[in-house]
Ligand binder design. Structure first.
Ligand SMILES: [Zn+2]
Length: 418
């Protein structure tokens, strides 16, 4: 695993090998500034040669993949799981406020703070946008990245704005074909339009068969499982007993709200290049790589035959604290619930600790000093472990992080011209 290096003034240099880093640390020429990902800072000046580094980001609603590559190798690969509970928590807060307001009915309203400024985004969406930007900035702070490419959507909605009318045609095996396929999968909810079966190989299906004059236009295409496709044979959808399918096929798809909102903002704010999912998917399959967010990011960054990173950095966003408002309900006996315990015996929630030679996180912090320890994936290490047996490795931040070894990924056979 490479060690990330900052120069004397804190700007990123090319990463170093662990042996080089150990040498620098042992000679007192560098200090450790971060544990995950392992980063050191030089104490003396260094000119520092730099190579071009491209960062690929697979933007997503729940998981973001990233990969930074040079001509020769992949420097870092990773995935971050974003928080998905923001909407629910805000609704909960709203309900608490509403009940309190109705109890305090005699109080006059004091503030007029109900306006929405320009460019307002729903909090959950704003959070996802911020998280993408924060992640990219963090990576830029440990690597001298020269170019950033973000996959903003699975297909180019601008180009495909009205495919049913403008008539994008489907051709097997073409890159255009990939885009149409992605579009259809999205539109028909990734399930067979006839029987609703999911998680089976889906085929592109002509609503009016080609043999009966049906076109290759998107408005005549749907997605079906092999069985339905075979059974339907030479019938139209209507004859097959699904008259509503024709009407649905003629309507165009509203692109997934999240990416549509976020994409232009992100590209503006980061001043980066963009690409589309159908291109990534096509290239990834060409390279023979299995689907994962990190692999997608590798392809987005323009990776082809490079040496892959051996380790995968996984991150998960966590809440730092509860808010007292969420504890608004009284306990039996009229006592108000305490808010989250902030620190016990020097430990906080989601601190990374060492227990029994294993690295894990404090999942349940209890004032008794006996904690629930879990790994980043939620596997329990200990249900009630005495804090005296723990060593603090890393203080909790908004994102908890772990590094794991990834199985070697199949290597490239050369990429299509982009
Ligand atoms: Zn079917």
């Amino acid at each position: 695993m490479l060690v990330f290096v900052l120069n004397k003034t804190g700007n990123p240099l090319m990463p170093a090998s662990p042996a080089k880093a150990r040498h620098l640390l042992e000679n007192g020429q560098a200090v450790v500034v971060r544990r995950t990902p392992f980063t050191i800072q030089l104490l003396y000046g260094s000119s520092g040669y730099k190579q071009d580094i491209t960062l690929g980001v697979d933007a997503g609603y729940a998981t973001v993949g990233y990969s930074a590559v040079t001509d020769g190798r992949e420097l870092i690969a990773g995935e971050v799981n974003l928080r998905n509970n923001i909407k629910r928590l805000l609704e909960k807060r709203k309900a608490y406020r509403r009940t309190r307001r109705s109890r305090k009915w005699y109080r006059k309203p004091r503030f007029d703070n109900r306006g929405r400024r320009d460019g307002w985004l729903a909090p959950s969406i704003q959070h996802k946008l911020d998280s993408h930007i924060k992640l990219i900035e963090k990576l830029k702070s440990i690597l001298p990245i020269t170019q950033t490419i973000v996959e903003v959507a699975s297909f180019d909605t601008q180009k495909m704005q009205n495919p049913e009318i403008s008539g994008v045609e489907y051709q097997q095996g073409e890159l255009q074909g990939y885009e149409v396929r992605e579009y259809l999968l999205e539109k028909w909810g990734r399930k067979c339009a006839y029987c609703g079966k999911k998680d089976v190989p889906l085929e592109i299906e002509h609503i009016v068969p080609r043999s009966r004059g049906g076109s290759d236009r998107v408005s005549n295409l749907t997605i079906a499982c092999h069985e339905c496709n075979q059974t339907k044979g030479n019938q139209t959808a209507e004859e097959f007993g699904h008259p509503q399918i024709q009407a649905k096929a003629e309507k165009s798809l509203k692109a997934t709200a999240f990416m549509n909102i976020v994409r232009s903002k992100m590209v503006d704010l980061l001043n980066c290049d963009q690409t589309y999912g159908y291109i990534t998917k096509h290239d990834r399959i060409e390279l023979g790589m299995p689907k994962s967010h990190a692999n997608d990011a590798f392809v987005i960054a323009g990776g082809n035959g490079q040496e892959h990173a051996v380790h995968l950095h996984i991150g998960k966003q966590v809440r730092r604290q509860n808010r007292s408002l969420f504890k608004a309900n009284f306990l039996k006996g009229g006592k108000l619930k305490r808010n989250t315990v902030k620190e016990v015996k020097g430990f906080r929630r989601f601190d990374k600790v060492k227990y029994d030679d294993k690295e894990c996180f404090i999942h349940g912090l209890r004032s008794s000093g006996y904690f629930d320890l879990r790994t980043i994936t939620g596997d329990r290490i200990g249900a009630s472990v005495n804090s005296k047996k723990l060593t603090l490795l890393e203080r909790a931040k908004g994102t908890i992080q772990e590094v794991c070894v990834i199985p070697p990924r199949p290597c490239g056979r050369g990429l299509l011209a982009r």
